[in-house]
Design a protein around this ligand. Sequence first.
Ligand code: XIL
Length: 422
Amino acid sequence: MKKMTVLIAVLCLGIASSLFAAQTAAGNRSVTSTASAKKAPAEAFSATTPNTDELRRRMEQRSSSATSSKSSSKSLKDAAKGHFQMGVALPSRAISNKDTSAIAAKQFNRVVAENEMKWDTIEPQEGKFNFGPGDKLVEFARKNGMAVHGHVLVWHSQTPQWVFQGENGQPCTRELLLKRMKNHINAVLAHYKGKVATWDVVNEAFEDNGQLRNSQWRSIIGDDFIKIAFQYAREADPNITLIYNDYSMPNNAKRAGILKYIKEANKGKKVIDGIGLQGHWDLNYPDVNQAEKTITECAGTGLRLFISELDLNTNRGFRNSGRGLERVEGANDANISDMNRALRDRYAEIFKIFVKYQDSIDAVTVWGIADNYSWIRGEPLLYDKDLKEKPAVKAIIDVLDKAPAAKKSTLRKSTSSLLSGK
Ligand code: XIL
């Protein structure tokens, strides 16, 4: 009987000490990784003893991630929570296609119409508005809890010629062009009120040398056409975030010209809220220093930043013997092509910069769902032409997972209120 009591006591002690060890481990883990507990609730260690269901769930989770090591089970949008939104540009055909729309819904929480909200689609003839294709995107976003970004109100490209024409095919007057601009902005912003929280108001108005592009907008209205467009947009909807969007932002002369204009335009009443850095980059351009300089200078304006059209041109600045492949020397994953490795490492490198400046960045948007949907040739995107996920996706998720959450809320109220919380 005494022996029995001793045995029971020893058993109890054993159970108690292993419970204590488990709880201590849980405690330590929660002390050392408060940030990752926020980021990966599914993996967060439970301080209480797991029940059978919980254990089964964990085992299933482990085995499914073991069998699908090539494609990530966690999504980009989940990994990016607490950092910035993850966006994608979609054309109508990508929404109608069940495979591309499934990828978009799984990975992203922000969408932008690749062409469907441009002037030539929305107002092909004066006063005749065609919101159908844009509405399709808004509906897709609503169903999947995604924010919608508006692209674009005033641009020299994909704008019908009637906009700039007066009588007899001559350029119209400043007054007429301003009237058409205002009418377009009012109609579009009224239609998408409460549905689209951020808009590219003016796109690509500067040359690489930092001078204003000599577009018809500028030649007919004058240098103040950008500021006026923003004023019209602000009057039409005071609650949305208004963005100036351009490419080659890492180019010093161009960036200087743009930032000077923005600062001038914002003197007095602030009309420009954000800067869109398109991010049509490649495997080498811009190098890390130039990318950081670009972001810090733009963030120095105090405006919100959007990496708005990210893709990495694999034909430009890349040779098999060039820097792109030098980066991957020593990589020991033999199952992926060299280009996929180069892209994986480059996307990871760029996202490390984005998380470093995440307090200033509201969203990172890739310009296309897969290589066969891209506006440029090559392999610039995160999915290949067979819609297979590239190693870059996992690499980006790893970078996001390792980074602490942003200190301040990176989203304006208007944007977050349009997200249904997914
Ligand atoms: C591109 C689209 O991707 C193409 O489908 C279209 O033919 C031309 O425009 N900068 C922008 C985007 O702001 O609107 C452009 O999109 C790419 C460059």
